[in-house]
Design a binder for this molecule. Structure first.
Ligand SMILES: O=c1ccn([C@H]2C[C@H](O)[C@@H](COP(=O)(O)O)O2)c(=O)[nH]1
Length: 161
């Protein structure tokens, strides 16, 4: 999937949020923590690790919304470090099991936050590609849900979120 359109939308949204909230500090580390939190929220909605419970995963739409919250912060982190030259979504990692995917994604994010190289950034995208595949989201699903949540994020700012 082509990422340039998403980077542009994210850049505009971030600019709007930062001016609306009057942010002048460097928020890279805060956005990094936000991505880790979103990843955990996504894992929680899938309930993939809850061997102690028979309750199933949340609705697909809920999981997809959590997924694209992560995509917002992943794009945003790349913009902060001028890695928004990335053209295409890198190939998904081969791992198919959700718990392993989440653990690996968490590690890739931590590594990226310590060393924000393009290859570490691409590894996080590959992990999210693997998660999308395991959750049976195609690129169209992701794109559509991203657009929708992007708009919601503007609405929230206008409503004094
Ligand atoms: O600089 C920012 C800050 C927040 N968000 C978006 C990403 C998520 O979609 C949403 C997360 O908000 P919470 O629901 O976690 O408050 O905010 C951005 O896109 N850019």
């Amino acid at each position: 999937m082509k990422l340039q359109e998403l980077f542009k939308m994210q850049e505009e949204l971030d600019r709007f949020i930062q001016s609306n909230q009057k942010i002048n500090e460097d928020v890279f580390r805060k956005k990094g923590l936000a991505l880790l939190v979103e990843l955990a929220e996504l894992a929680n909605e899938t309930r993939c690790f809850k061997f102690w419970s028979t309750k199933g995963a949340s609705e697909r739409s809920v999981i997809l919304e959590e997924y694209v919250d992560s995509i917002h912060f992943l794009l945003s982190l790349g913009i902060e470090k001028n890695l928004n030259t990335l053209e295409n979504w890198p190939d998904p990692i081969a791992e198919k099991e959700l718990t392993e995917l989440f653990l690996r994604t968490q590690k890739a994010i931590q590594e990226f936050l310590e060393n924000y190289s393009m290859s570490n950034y691409m590894e996080v995208w590959s992990c999210y590609g693997g998660l999308a595949r395991a959750l049976e989201f195609n690129y169209e699903d992701v794109l559509e849900a991203y657009m929708q949540k992007n708009k919601t994020n503007y609405d929230r700012q206008h409503e004094g979120y």
